[in-house]
Write a protein that binds this ligand. Sequence first.
Ligand code: R2B
Ligand code: URA
Length: 307
Amino acid sequence: MQQGKIKTNNPHIAELNQDYLYHLDLVGGVKDPVTGLDGLESQFGDVKFFCCGGSQKRMAQFAQEVADSFEGTQYALPFGTAPVPIGKTDRYLTFKVGPVLICSHGIGQPSMSVLLHEIVKLLEHANATDVEFFRLGSSGGIGVPPGTVVVCTAGVNGMLEEAYSLPILGEMVHKPTGINPELVQSVLDSAKDIKDFQVVAGKTMSADCFYEGQARLDGALCNYNEEGKMEFLNKLYDIGVRNIEMEAAMFSSFVTSLGIRGTIMCVTLLNRLNGDQVTTPMEDLAAFDLRPGKVAISYIHQRLGLN
Ligand code: R2B
Ligand code: URA
């Protein structure tokens, strides 16, 4: 498993005079005249963790929680400082808190994919090393109680394959989605002191659709019945899937293709074996939303030797 310098796998990047990361409004490949280093290196060269999640509000809150968790350590922000977004903010929100780079990625694999490509290029230009990637999100559980955090062992697509499938140059390309089991175990180990909710390992299915793609009966379109839905969800359970969301297959294939250590930790908002509508009370949902971040912070503290 690579760790070491974060590297793109694209020979064309080196041919660019400069690399404009359009959705972040940051430029790589331009040397600082004083230091002679890439301009991104002074800002991002020390990044060791990249944490992303769909919602802007939740990731801004997570940035503040990471900052709070670093109080009294060498990574503490100066007194009275709060994390502020970096670069362009209309598509994604980006924060940096010590060695943790934090971004929102919007809903779905296409939105997240744009961000992941630009973040890996950013980290390569910045000469960052040993960066681990995490997606912190929400999901529908399969046979686990609402509020459980599922640490992903492999992404599964809607055809129940451990693959992310993307048409490239007119051909369907299937990319493997298995996650490094040693990383999953380290995340579970770091969460062992968390007692107020369950953290489990399991496969995560990703759909490009919240409704039909996730076997819901409550979308605007549906041409299957309860029986067909339950048969599919039970099949998911039987192959080891413990939650469904909309990004894990792309995320896991991406980190795997680049040899980056990374996984997805999603809280389950409901148990899909019991229904489709997210009617969990607002205050429970607000508490659930914080859980993947708690697991990530436990892991980050363990890796930084802060525990
Ligand atoms: C989980 O929640 C979002 C849809 O509500 C989506 O981003 C996901 O994966
Ligand atoms: N996010 C999803 O994609 N599915 C759910 O059921 C809940 C959250």
